[in-house]
Design a protein around this ligand. Structure first.
Ligand SMILES: C[S@@+](CC[C@H](N)C(=O)[O-])C[C@H]1O[C@@H](n2cnc3c(N)ncnc32)[C@H](O)[C@@H]1O
Length: 221
């Protein structure tokens, strides 16, 4: 089975952009073992690709997700922007349905058991799955610092929480990639948070692809 392959992200072209920056990190930090993180893992393709690119230069790659499917009930109560944008009909609430409905192809392959088994088969023992809802109270104390993080949880509130949790973990010169945030109105509430992040001045914008990938790459100052 090759479910962790890049093919998984065929509609998430973000990784086609971000892998360039993941590759650059090998030269930017030539004497260091690299640490990365993805928040919002889905089927694991992003984690597997990061590990593949870094090879034996990987120290640890953490992957945060519920691993129980898109957390609609839990996040709707937390995410005011998505409540205002239609609640259960909002883009943030329904955007994973297409994938979950492709049962023959994807089924329940978003579970940590399934992804862990795939990682084991590949021998990718430097990838660590962290199961649970990401909120502003999520424990990330076991991460000392990061060279790279990708935040891709769809919910504006989850994107903000993930950013706050990780922004001071990323090393100067390291990269933060954000999905779904640079195209105004795509997921209501995300663009506004993105503007706050840019205005904060902790990161500088390196590349922005509003269409079709809807991904931004920022460098930690
Ligand atoms: C768009 S998918 C991630 C796609 C993946 N990054 C990729 O490139 O293939 C969004 C994922 O975020 C997860 N998610 C959404 N909100 C979350 C939260 N607050 N805590 C943990 N996981 C969350 C969902 O379970 C889902 O698997």
């Amino acid at each position: 089975m090759k479910i962790l392959d890049i093919e998984l992200n065929e509609n998430n072209g973000a990784h086609l952009i971000t892998r360039k920056y993941q590759t650059e990190l090998l030269d930017l930090f030539p004497d260091e073992q690299l640490r990365g993180c993805e928040m919002g893992v889905a089927y694991g393709g992003g984690l597997a690709n990061m590990r593949r690119i870094w090879g034996d230069r990987t120290e640890t790659i953490w992957g945060f997700d519920t691993y129980e499917g898109h957390p609609v009930e839990e996040m709707l109560t937390r995410c005011e922007a998505s409540q205002r944008a239609g609640g259960k009909a909002s883009m943030a609430a329904v955007c994973m349905e297409h994938w979950y409905n492709l049962k023959d192809r994807y089924g329940d392959r978003y579970t940590d058991e399934h992804i862990q088994a795939e990682l084991d088969e590949l021998g990718y023992d430097t990838v660590v799955l962290v199961k649970g809802l990401v909120t502003d109270a999520t424990d990330v104390s076991f991460i000392e610092d990061l060279h790279y993080a990708f935040i891709d949880m769809d919910w504006p509130q989850a994107q903000r929480d993930g950013y706050e949790l990780l922004k001071n973990k990323i090393k100067p010169g390291g990269y933060l990639a954000l999905h779904d945030m640079c195209k105004r109105g795509h997921i209501p509430g995300c663009w506004e948070i993105y503007q706050d992040i840019l205005a904060e001045g902790v990161f500088e914008l390196v590349e922005e692809r509003p269409d079709p990938q809807i991904v931004s790459v920022l460098r930690r100052l």
